[in-house]
Design a protein around this ligand. Structure first.
Ligand code: GAP
Length: 452
């Protein structure tokens, strides 16, 4: 990505762009929406799938010692006891006694701590954004696990939880994967999937939702390997973000002792410069032996690994990288946005990396005349099924180019009247706006090379 100074979108502009261009809609919008839930529209689902594919390829396909998994969202509730979530997976909340509105205490106090005394001290002078009073309850812990119930008979239903993080299904399958995939330490299991948290104050668009997607890698290591594997993955994950997004908008931040999750021995965030400042997009954690030792204790199953070098059974440690697909999605939209002046007019262009662009190629017949449509549809068919295409024959060609620029389509293919004679089309590059004449026969290979 270029390091040129690009305009930054405000939150309002981002939300409005995402809706106007069919990326993100409020969930159940026709009923007034529901706080903390969003739907991804036609371009949004493409962008999100591309982000997930880019992550999966860099994890599972690029590393011989990493395999994939897709575990269930609902697990035996004991999983969440063992993981510590039923007891400790909480955020501190405070209520305004005057207007009864509820907030996250650490956000309201603007400190990276969940310590009650520190929160109370920091809340001095902070007033309720709703009613303006300073009349807070004591901070109380609010559990974030989302509950549901299983079974058909009323009164006989069993409580269960929607997973609060995807990685627990990885730990519970540790022995299955060791047995079936025959992996030696260090090895990793990667998973992409939905997670759910009963966030006290969902907000900042996709940043803090109640249903979201995580992409998690759990590296199982010998205790002696943890430091090196941690340092390696910390750098690799930052390099991955930098491959797609502006370097100066990314940074590391280490978690303080009062901020670390209950399982973490060491925790660093990768932060992106969102409109509301640098905030976490990805967490990299050294989880020690917390996960496998707890699951072993609660399940009564042996989750140790036989180390052939020493002839001993050890409980592997876990090094985790966990990125939110939705926060990454915001990062991708914000980072791609650019404006420039072309012939006295503003051109909005989403400069997505080609791997991420929701639509790769737009096929644009110059007019709706049947002879041009017929040829343009043949061009579409010659490319169809290989990557995401769009066919558009409405409005002037200039407006159609702008539309494609605004959704970040790297190439527009225009079929004009000369095409009927010379069997060639014009290919326009999104970033340079340079146009090239390419024969229809050569087009599939030409685009394949450009997009690879
Ligand atoms: N397994 C470790 C774990 O879940 P986390 O820091 O709580 O760690 C990891 O979450 C990532 O999941 C975060 O960096 C963030 O990108 C994403 N995430 C967490 N809560 C979220 C929420 N409410 N809405 C959207 N994304 C969220």
């Amino acid at each position: 990505m270029s390091e040129n100074k690009k305009p930054t979108l405000s939150m309002e502009e981002l939300v409005s762009y995402a809706k106007r261009r069919g990326f993100v809609f409020q969930a159940s919008e026709i009923y007034g929406g529901i706080a903390g839930f969003y739907d991804f529209g036609p371009y949004g689902v493409e962008l999100k799938n591309n982000l997930k594919r880019a992550w999966w390829e860099s994890m599972v396909y690029a590393n011989p010692n990493i395999v994939g998994l897709d575990s269930a969202i609902i697990q035996n509730p004991k999983v969440w006891e063992a993981s510590g979530h039923t007891e400790r997976f909480s955020d501190p909340m405070i209520d305004c006694k005057a207007c009864k509105k509820r907030y996250r205490a650490d956000k309201m106090a603007d400190i990276d701590s969940t310590d009650a005394a520190e929160l109370i001290a920091a809340l001095k002078g902070v007033t309720c954004p709703n009613c303006g009073k300073e009349d807070w309850t004591e901070p109380r812990e609010f559990n974030l696990l989302m509950e549901t119930s299983l079974g058909a008979v009323e009164g006989d239903k069993a409580a269960a939880y929607l997973r609060g993080e995807t990685c627990q299904g990885i730990y519970t399958n540790f022995a299955n994967v060791v047995d079936t995939a025959r992996r030696k330490l260090p090895f990793g299991i990667a998973q992409i999937g939905k997670a759910f948290r009963n966030e006290i104050t969902p907000g900042d668009f996709l940043f803090r939702q109640r249903e979201f997607e995580q992409m998690e890698l759990q590296m199982f290591v010998l205790p002696s390997q943890a430091g090196e594997v941690y340092a390696d993955w910390k750098e690799r994950r930052m390099a991955w973000h930098q491959r797609y997004f502006t370097k100066t908008k990314l940074r590391f931040r280490e978690h303080g002792a009062n901020e670390r999750a209950h399982y973490a021995k060491e925790a660093w965030d990768i932060e992106y410069d969102y409109p509301f400042g640098f905030k976490e997009v990805e967490g990299i954690h050294n989880r020690g032996d917390w996960d496998l030792s707890r699951h072993s204790k609660y399940s009564g199953k042996d989750l140790t690994y036989f180390d052939e070098a020493t002839g001993e059974h050890v409980t592997p440690w876990v090094v985790e990288t966990s990125v939110g697909a939705d926060r990454l999605f915001m990062e991708a939209l914000l980072d791609a946005y650019d404006e420039e002046e072309v012939n006295g007019e503003k051109r909005v262009v989403m400069r997505f990396h080609k791997d991420l662009a929701p639509i790769k190629v737009a096929i644009l017949p110059l007019s709706k005349k049947p002879e041009l449509s017929g040829l343009a549809q043949k061009v579409y068919a010659s490319l169809g099924g290989k990557y995401s295409l769009e066919y558009d024959e409405t409005q002037s060609i200039g407006r159609r180019y702008r539309r494609q620029d605004e959704i970040g389509t790297p190439y527009c293919v225009t079929v004009d009247f000369d095409s009927l004679e010379d069997k060639a089309v014009t290919v326009r590059d999104r970033d340079t706006m340079v146009q090239e004449r390419i024969t229809i026969a050569e087009l599939p290979d030409y685009l394949k090379e450009k997009l690879s």
